[in-house]
Ligand binder design. Structure first.
Ligand code: NAI
Ligand code: SOE
Length: 386
């Protein structure tokens, strides 16, 4: 296999709607320039390639994989395409960086884990939220024992972009997005984060779901994520909804640690608010993704602290994902930059037996297993073991 570095790596991307361009930008900020892109049509690929200064626009995803200059593919397409596209890329000998969720069910994700291992190819899932500096700081504090023995992990992931019955996106259609919506789309980030920070796996779950809009108004023309506000009322038709707007999930972790997560995409005013609070026998930690440069540290026997992102006072893991000094805020696009920096450093080092320091297909598969347990629990109204 050819030794890859920044000067010779050939990167292709599929899907340049909302999040694809964040990958393109993150890579450019790491000194890696995307060679080609595939879209749903050649015309769209050409238009997006021109917009982002990408040299090659392919007529199809298959044409991109057939390009021998492509070594790595990023998948930023709707969920139902992740499994077939990731599988085809691995079969073609390409490294794969896939958006979450990794697949539509756990048998698909398991197959991808095994295939990537068999082919000895780099595989990553874009759980970018791990890369916020204060999340890394929280992880260091938990891992070093400063919080003490862990008791409770609680939090939420709330959004309002699907609040109205006229709000529409492919995520609402199970054939395109999967059987779970809020849980798989955003809850998976929170669940991944808690296991990443604490090192603890979930042993059982109990979930309660609600769909507030059993019928939504579907636009009669396709639209990219977050662009629905531009439509007018005559552009809609009624569509029954079978996925959850809301879920609360009770969680039992290893070592007797307990947790609770609420996710919802209908909470007015909460744009993209992932938040957690971790309580242990010594102290607590709280973080809010809409104020990502702050970490609250709670104490019983002394005043609480509000730590601001500042590499000069952070753990080495925190420092590793910071690009700017204190007071110079970093946010959502920076998490992509930091995650891709780690993935490509690993790829260029070339030792794929080494433990990756980024989320892999194994983490994506774990989330699929969790999602299926959550779905079963909500349906059967009972605790489900993982
Ligand atoms: P989107 O609908 O805005 O964009 C999807 C793009 O894929 C569109 O440009 C569409 O034309 C293209 N596409 C559709 N079929 C294709 C095909 N056969 N070949 C190539 N391109 C094709 O969707 P969005 O919001 O960008 O989400 C994409 C994926 O990224 C989803 O899996 C989602 O869960 C994930 N995501 C992750 C985020 C994160 O923070 N990690 C943030 C937003 C999305
Ligand atoms: C939409 O809910 C969305 O774009 C998710 O798909 C992402 O994973 C999340 O990071 C932001 O919200």
């Amino acid at each position: 296999m050819k030794k890859l570095d920044k000067s010779n790596v050939g990167v292709g991307i599929a899907g340049t709607g909302f999040i694809g361009p964040a990958h393109v930008e993150a890579l450019a900020r790491n000194g890696i320039h995307i060679l080609g892109l595939a879209e749903s049509t050649l015309e769209l690929a050409q238009e997006k390639a021109a917009l982002m200064g990408i040299p090659r626009a392919y007529e199809s995803y298959e044409a991109m994989l057939a390009d021998e200059d492509i070594d790595v593919v990023h998948l930023a397409t709707p969920n139902y395409l992740h499994y077939p596209h990731a599988k085809a890329a691995l079969m073609a000998g390409k490294h794969v960086i896939c958006e979450k969720p990794l697949a539509m069910d756990s048998s698909q994700s398991k197959e991808l884990v095994e295939l990537a291992k068999q082919k000895k190819l780099v595989n990553a899932v874009n759980f970018n939220i791990r890369m916020y500096p204060m999340v890394q700081q929280a992880r260091s504090l938990v891992q070093s024992g400063e919080i003490g023995k862990l008791f409770v992990l609680q939090g939420s992931y709330l959004q309002d972009w699907l609040l109205l019955e006229t709000d529409w996106n492919w995520r609402l259609e199970p054939e395109l997005g999967g059987n779970l919506r809020a849980v798989a789309d955003i809850g998976s980030h929170w669940l991944d984060l808690m296991t990443y920070i604490t090192g603890l796996k979930i042993t059982e779950v109990f979930a309660d779901f609600k769909t507030f809009h059993p019928i939504r108004k579907k636009p009669t023309k396709p639209l990219e994520t977050y662009t629905g506000k531009m439509l007018t009322p005559e552009d809609y038709e009624d569509q029954p909804i079978h996925t959850e707007d809301y879920a609360s999930i009770l969680l039992h972790y290893e070592n007797g640690v307990t947790g609770v997560l609420t996710v919802a995409q209908v909470c007015a005013g909460r744009k993209n608010r992932i938040a957690f609070e971790i309580s242990g026998s010594k102290s607590s930690l709280a973080w809010d993704g809409e104020r990502p440069n702050e970490l609250w540290i709670g104490h019983r026997d002394r005043p609480n602290e509000l730590m601001l992102k500042d590499p000069s006072i952070m753990s080495s893991e925190g420092q590793a994902v910071v690009s700017y000094p204190g007071g110079h805020n970093e946010g959502f696009p920076d998490t992509f930059k930091q995650l891709h920096k780690k993935i490509y450093a690993y790829l260029f080092a070339g030792d794929f037996d080494k433990e990756p320091d980024f989320p892999t297909f194994a983490d994506g598969h774990y989330e699929m297993v969790l999602c299926e347990a959550v779905e079963r629990s909500a349906r059967d109204k009972t605790w489900v073991k993982i």
